[in-house]
Ligand binder design. Sequence first.
Ligand SMILES: Nc1ncnc2c1ncn2[C@@H]1O[C@H](COP(=O)(O)OP(=O)(O)OP(=O)(O)O)[C@@H](O)[C@H]1O
Ligand SMILES: [Mg+2]
Length: 369
Amino acid sequence: MRNGVLAITRDGAIAEMNDEAFRIFQLKRTSNAVGRPFIEVLGKHPDMVRVLKNAFELSHLPNRAELRLKSSGKVIGYTLSRVYDERGRAAGVAVFFKDLTKVEQMEERERLRDRLVALGEMAAAIAHEVKNPLAGIEVMAGVLKRQVGQSPDAQSILNDIINEAKMANRIVHEALEFVRPIRLQVEHTSIADVINDSVSLAESKVPRRNIHLRLDLEDGLPPIQGDHHQLCQLFTNLLINAFEALEGTGTVTLSAREGVLDEEPHGPAGEPHAPTRTVVVDVADDGPGVPRELTDRIFNAFFTTKPQGSGLGLAIVRKVVDAHDGKIDILSSGKGTRFRITLPVSGADDWFTAKTGPATMSGSPEDEL
Ligand SMILES: Nc1ncnc2c1ncn2[C@@H]1O[C@H](COP(=O)(O)OP(=O)(O)OP(=O)(O)O)[C@@H](O)[C@H]1O
Ligand SMILES: [Mg+2]
């Protein structure tokens, strides 16, 4: 059964709890929970305990309500019903629930895609209107620079004009890059190679100065099916952000290890399937960290706290992660920032054995749009 079922008696003891309920609440089915107080068994989910406690008092029980479990971040949809004894007295409460985390994530991606489509049309229109005049400004300022002679004031103003035009041009270019749908060139990709290339790229763009860089890559990482170039863009952007946050001093740690994603050990029809093998890469710095109130916004396009930033770095990062069916988490605890990228190995073994022509991504943005 795909729904979690939990029933409690009037005196607060568990009368029934199925496997799916254990899975959703991330509890080990060590001993039988039946007969034990629900407050004890669900101790790490005070939000659910509160719902059940109130269930005997409420006149209208929630139907298809939603709840985010604070301890795990999972979103569950639930329906409560009272269970009556033969004399019509409420003898207990049953709650039926479902893990909606995947649905929520899909809706969020859907919303992001809608925003990208609108943004894409706007960016393309702006780029069209702005690119030529910008190039004109840069060229004409160059011509003028040669004509005004050695006057330092005029030279400096013209240099400013040229630099500003270049920066505006960079923003237009990045905006276009961002809105263009990603076409993944999927190949047999070594994450260690991606990380090494990304370090060189990031260092060529932002001077590392006294920043100490630690690489901690697990031996024998499985190759993943991914786009080397896009993945380099992803990690280069994260590294540049870390370097910029540290302003010349501190430590950046890049670590990669193999993991498994077993959030969904059943297929849509309830059939069991093997957990997804993943490669988990952490990019951590000991800089100022991202303020909690900003963590939801930093992935938005054009969100920046930097005077010269375009705010597209993390938006591109998220786009590349999504295109690889991966996920990104930010773990910022006041001191420093840690971005965790989880990428599915997705059938790299099959690729090895089958060796059928060029691989294709099942979840490319074009499929999704
Ligand atoms: N490692 C980090 N430490 C602290 N803040 C960060 C870190 N990474 C990102 N941020 C915050 O997130 C914001 C958005 O980052 P993003 O990379 O999208 O844009 P940007 O770096 O400002 O500009 P761009 O990357 O386009 O040059 C940054 O302005 C910064 O406030
Ligand atoms: Mg950036």
